[in-house]
Write a protein that binds this ligand. Sequence first.
Ligand code: APR
Length: 321
Amino acid sequence: MSRKKIALIGGGQIGGVLSQLIALRELGDCVLFDIVEDLPQGKTLDIAEASRIDGFDIKLEGTNSYEQIHGADLIIVTAGLPRKPGMSRDDLLSTNANIIKQVAEAVKKYAPDSIVIVVSNPLDAMVTLFQKVSGFPHNRVLGQAGVLDSSRFSTFIAWELGVSVKDVNAMVLGGHGDTMVPLTRYANINGIPVMELLERKYNDAAKANEVMNAMVERTKMAGGEVVKLLKTGSAFYSPASASIAMAEAILKDEKRVLPTCAYLQNEYGVNGYYVGVPAILGAKGVEKIIEITLNNDESTALGKSISAVKGLVEDMERLGF
Ligand code: APR
């Protein structure tokens, strides 16, 4: 049986970390593509030269030629410009749409049977465009946002409660923007509701709510918080880790239940849009969307987020994509 082939389109900050994680976990052979001459070759050479030390043995190559991605099983797309301080994800729309269009055409040509995870922002619009241009079935084109947003939320909860982050289960739904919906009611520490633990900690329901709301707000703004500190570029370690969790679920047919930017066909009352929802990821990509029961407040928040996604897609269409 041949080894899986993974192609990374975009050899910038996230692409570099992705290559290293794929090597360390020996997820398959890996091709790193970028339009900047020598950049992907330099990064993959550097990583490969650590193989003796880290004990991995995969084929790792950097390229400026799309032909090298030929026959890839899985593609992760991070091509595009990252956000600069003060710039919203939506400002990136037009520039990155042009890039994604080129990428989708190339992937369609050279890796027509691949499953594609899009990471480039603004995420919900870029996934939509990639699927449209490639014409791939919707289950083979998905976006990474919720795994990262949920991990950020979980991290803040762990810090607040002084418990191991390994025991935190928390999920964020909706679009990858300021309207995302961290699900406070479902957040738990190995089954114990986070709200209950907060109420016990503060012995005051109002204070517990206030603390939870602060964590929700920090989660929504977490990308911007990192951008502000880095001064140049945006988060890259955690988006890479989040994408690898999704890639691994697909490559190993794990059937993991992960928040995924997936195409909705009447789930959550939405038809024909990519939105962040829990989904089962396996060898076929998005294998099933899981509909969870939402209360009124959660439904309203998700509705707002879906409207924002629709607005973004409409803006993109108005720009001619
Ligand atoms: N084809 C392939 N790669 C391209 C193209 C293109 N047409 N245009 C630009 N690139 C490459 C750039 O040369 C750069 O190396 O995409 C890479 C992007 O890398 P970074 O600028 O370092 O951005 P990164 O932090 O990796 O984020 C990539 O993911 O989270 C999102 O908002 C983020 O959209 C951004 C993307």
